[in-house]
Design a protein around this ligand. Structure first.
Ligand code: PRX
Length: 656
């Protein structure tokens, strides 16, 4: 497993600036002082299960109250045992009695200028209608519904409709290929597919239905497919009789009443696939009550919820950030949350700032990779707009470099908005470490401190806690309600990946360090997972995709630093029955796109005569990482075969 590099440690050690919240911010904040945070944290730490149980009673609606807060038989946690609730009820019905009934729940901005606002009552109605559509199609409790859709309100509606009837959604990001959809559908044994005739991106149409048609050829478990009309006449789609149905036609025939089903706390809510250190994505499984509570409370604490706020999370619902902070967290908290379709630079590079100004957004939650792109596009795009409504900013998905942090702070936040750098994962369900913005002074590049009820430790390979300022593995010493409950259909892998390395602890897969003020600094993955624009990708996944091309004998993929994306994908391939040339390089890129999707297309492909290996036959990844990063000089003529054998011989002792 990779140790943090000296460079990573140096960057961390040099950053000493501290930014406390303004007095005005702290005074109005939910948790407004370091002492208030410490008090809450200490209370939760004494007895985490009781702490969460008290919140669960107060924050969720229970059809049947739970008996036990937590049953923990490592690695299996059951939270709020014996209770029945419904996530869709907690997101919608609980707001219908009071003044929130006519509050905007969702403000949608679609790419070609489409707009739609749904109040809580309207959203409730749409969700009930679509829940009945699913029921009419024969979807039952425990069935898996696969969702491959653009960022339109119907995506959120479909997720909440599944939750309402106890079906399990599996949202697949709309940039994935038909191969990737089929793999996920087969793994989950999905019964129904939801999609659209197309989606908009930078003025072009993504042919979603066409991609789904190819996927369904290889997904025998899927019996029905519901297609939303999004792009209309612009994209012809073929509909298969008896399998494919139009969304609007089914909805028109459905009843508007659909009471939320009382569901056991541990009813699976969704599966979301993410990359692990092997080629096969893991179906991360989350269940109902614990996830719901965690999404709600972390949303309220970290984003310092105020009733009148407009909270905009710019993620896509195809990732966990969209699940927890577009759909479930804000909705359970009764918030107004915009949803945006399209790219941040379409129709122009000021798209985000135009929307912030238009909707008077108060809290903005985005990714460091986007911030780095904004910096590159130029300040004039920002300066054109009035951003004075903003009071709080957030980042997620990867570490933020101090330069980008400072730019975000000054240019977007006007120097007055705290920045919450939130560390978490698909597996954790919600934010685990982040400043509570009214209480914890921030340091650029640090996710600062754990949230109440979250118990991180940093340990060495023997599981011993390391001293302050020493790097180690980040682990969790106690279960939390939002934690994954398993990898779909693979108990062994669940045990092996998360629970086998440090007994009694959840292994996050990240290296981290805690400084002498108790602040946490994330230093990158310990496995072969790379982070490209905030998205997790396994190097082995990319390699498997390339090796399935007839001209590739062997492939090694590594991450290399990239100014915009955080990490870029560099691959080294050896060929069979082919000569290295640019046409083949393009063909391999297209092949990776077809096998996984646009997000897995290598940034550079280098042809090699042989791959450097240790005496025991392992690919020397560290050497390749250094070469990819330009730290080791090799022949730079990239269309000819590169010979790493000399470097490899020099390094073989070091890596074996
Ligand atoms: O390596 C960490 C990095 O992203 C990984 C989780 O990726 P994913 O499951 O796709 O979820 C991303 C959105 C929650 C982590 O293991 N990561 C996430 N947030 C941060 C981060 N690294 C540094 N700082 C963060 N704030």
């Amino acid at each position: 497993m990779a140790e943090p590099s000296q460079g990573q440690l140096d960057t961390v050690m040099q950053e000493r600036r501290v930014f406390p919240p303004s007095e005005e911010f702290a005074q109005r904040a939910r948790i407004g002082s370091p002492a208030a945070y410490e008090e809450l944290y200490a209370r939760a730490k004494t007895d985490p299960a009781s702490f969460w149980a008290e919140l669960a009673r107060a924050e969720l609606h229970w059809f049947e109250p739970f008996r036990t807060a937590l049953e923990w038989k490592e690695p299996f946690a059951r939270w709020f045992v014996g209770g029945t609730t419904n996530v869709s009820y907690n997101c919608l019905d609980i707001h219908l009695e009071g003044p929130r009934r006519n509050k905007a729940a969702l403000i949608w901005e679609g790419e070609p200028g489409d707009q739609r606002t749904l109040t809580y009552q309207q959203l409730h109605r749409e969700v009930c209608l679509f829940a009945n559509v699913l029921k009419n199609l024969g979807v039952k409790r425990g069935d898996v519904v696969s969702i491959y859709m653009p960022m339109v309100p119907e995506l959120a509606i479909a997720m909440l409709a599944c939750a309402r009837i106890g079906a399990i959604h599996s949202v697949i990001f709309a940039g994935f290929s038909s191969e990737a959809i089929a793999d996920r559908n087969n793994d989950a044994q999905a019964k129904v597919q939801l999609t659209a005739d197309g989606g908009w991106r930078r003025g072009k149409i993504l042919p979603l239905k066409e991609t789904v048609d190819a996927a369904l050829e290889k997904s025998p478990s899927v019996q029905k497919c519901v297609v939303l009309r999004r792009v209309g006449d612009v994209q012809e789609v073929s509909m298969r009789e008896g399998r494919d149905y139009w969304w609007d036609e089914l909805t028109a025939q459905a009843e508007a009443e659909c009471p939320a089903e009382p569901l056991d706390s541990e009813t699976p809510l969704f599966i979301l696939y993410t990359s692990g250190s092997t080629g096969k994505p893991k179906g991360i499984m989350h269940t109902s009550a614990g996830y719901n509570l965690f999404a709600k409370k972390t949303f309220e604490w970290v984003f310092d919820r105020r009733e009148e706020d407009v909270f905009w999370c710019t993620a896509d619902c195809g990732w966990i950030t969209g699940h927890s902070y577009i759909v479930y967290g804000p909705r359970s908290a009764g918030a107004t949350a915009p949803m945006h379709e399209g790219a941040p630079n379409w129709p122009a590079e000021d798209r985000f700032w135009e929307l912030v100004e238009k909707h008077r957004v108060n809290v903005l939650y985005t990714a460091p990779t986007a911030i780095r792109a904004f910096i590159k596009w130029g300040d004039h795009h920002v300066e054109k707009h009035d951003l004075s409504s903003l009071r709080l900013l957030g980042t997620v998905g990867e570490g933020i470099n101090p330069e980008a942090w400072m730019w975000y702070h000054h240019k977007i936040g006007g120097g007055r908005c705290p920045i919450v750098d939130t560390w978490w994962q698909t597996e954790t369900g919600g934010i685990m470490m982040s400043p509570l913005p009214g209480a914890i002074p921030t340091k650029p590049g640090s996710c600062t401190k754990p949230l109440p009820g979250v118990l991180p430790r940093i340990v060495d390979e023997e599981g011993r806690e390391v001293d302050p300022n020493h790097g180690g593995w980040l682990v969790m010493a106690h279960p939390w309600p939002g934690m994954l409950r398993g990898i779909w259909g693979d108990e062994e892998r669940f045990r092996e990946v998360y629970w086998s390395k440090v007994p009694g602890h959840y292994l996050a897969g990240d290296n981290a360090r805690r400084d002498s003020d108790g602040y946490y600094w994330i230093m990158g993955r310990i496995d072969d997972v790379i982070n490209v624009s905030g998205h997790r990708l396994s190097t082995i996944e990319v390699e498997s995709a390339l090796v399935s091309h007839p001209n590739v004998a062997e492939a090694a993929a590594v991450g290399r630093p990239d100014e915009l994306k955080g990490q870029a994908i560099s691959v080294f391939v050896t060929l069979r029955n082919a000569e290295p040339n640019d046409a083949l390089r393009d063909a391999l890129r297209a092949h990776a796109r077809q096998e996984i999707g646009a997000l897995a297309v290598p940034d550079d492909i280098r042809f090699a005569a042989v791959l450097p290996k240790t005496r025991s036959g392992k690919i020397m990844r560290r050497l390749l990482r250094d070469i990819a990063a330009g730290k080791e000089a090799v022949g730079q003529d990239t269309t000819t075969l590169e010979d790493f054998s000399v470097l490899a011989a020099l390094r073989s002792d070091e890596e074996s």
